[in-house]
Design a protein around this ligand. Sequence first.
Ligand code: 3HC
Length: 302
Amino acid sequence: MSIAHGIKRLGVLGAGQMGTGIAFVSALHAKVPVLLHDKSAHQISKGLSLIDKLLAKDVSKGRLQPSDADEARARIQTVDALEAMRDVDMVVEAVTENLDLKRAIFRDFAAKIRPDAILATNTSSISITKIARAVIPEGASAAGEEGKAASGRVVGLHFFNPVPVMKLVELISAVQTSQDTLDRSRAFAEACGKEVATSQDVPGFVSNALLMPFINEAIMCLEKGVATRDDIDKTFRLGMAHPMGPLQLGDFIGLDTCLSIQQTLYKGTSDSKYRPSVLLERMVDAQYLGKKSGRGFYEYNN
Ligand code: 3HC
């Protein structure tokens, strides 16, 4: 028997590529009203125009009735402050990858949002257990009933870019996550049209613990002159049927994001096999961050 996710209203924090994509699939496929918040008005307007473009494309391709597109769009509302999210049943955080920032946000969520709402993070590598620890009220014991109830509602819900296209959501259980939170989060991801793979809370989870060393190794190959950029990417596009070679994929994800995840793997395991490539560090120093900055291993006309 399938489990009801019980999400009647969703909050999404962060209107970047990931937050916008999460709002889009939630409104369109799960048909859930979404409150979208970002501290940048510019980011909100960029996010909404991407959503409008995606809906218009689906209508023009005959995959979506105009009335269904209008209904999906009407389900997405932007809000100025977290206070407006107090009645949501689940919030998904998709802001910059920074543990202290996420801890502060989750502490804020815990104080402002209904005590039974699920608190999910779209983090790509930060420990869910460390984030969950931050929501335990001051003075409460982590293992006591109050601490368990507070931290049990925190979960990792890792979507992939571009969210409307990629079929997977990685579901990550913190040490503290309750079974009810896991079951309802899985049901919600499925309602968004995704398949779910679960991972324990290890640095990078399954996805990035395997993907980032691959991209990092590809950059090391380029650095050592083992092969050219184009031959490295061609090898994986044509030899292994990857949609993008590892250097193009690094550009697509963002080289700063790749470096930050690789550093998390290195710090989290103390294993030298995860040492970031010097060339990756230099590209980020130069602010050649990939597609988003117009230059990475390739050049882009954004
Ligand atoms: N947002 C929404 N939709 C997008 C999109 C975007 N940013 N970019 C492309 N699409 C859609 C297009 O509109 C098109 O849709 P359609 O079939 O309805 O017309 C479809 O994707 C295919 O696009 P294109 O024909 O323009 O281009 P490609 O066929 O080259 O596909 C791609 C583009 C889907 C991005 C493909 O190259 C791909 O799958 N690349 C690999 C992506 C990947 O590996 N993502 C995971 C990154 S890792 C991650 O996210 C985890 C994080 O923690 C780091």
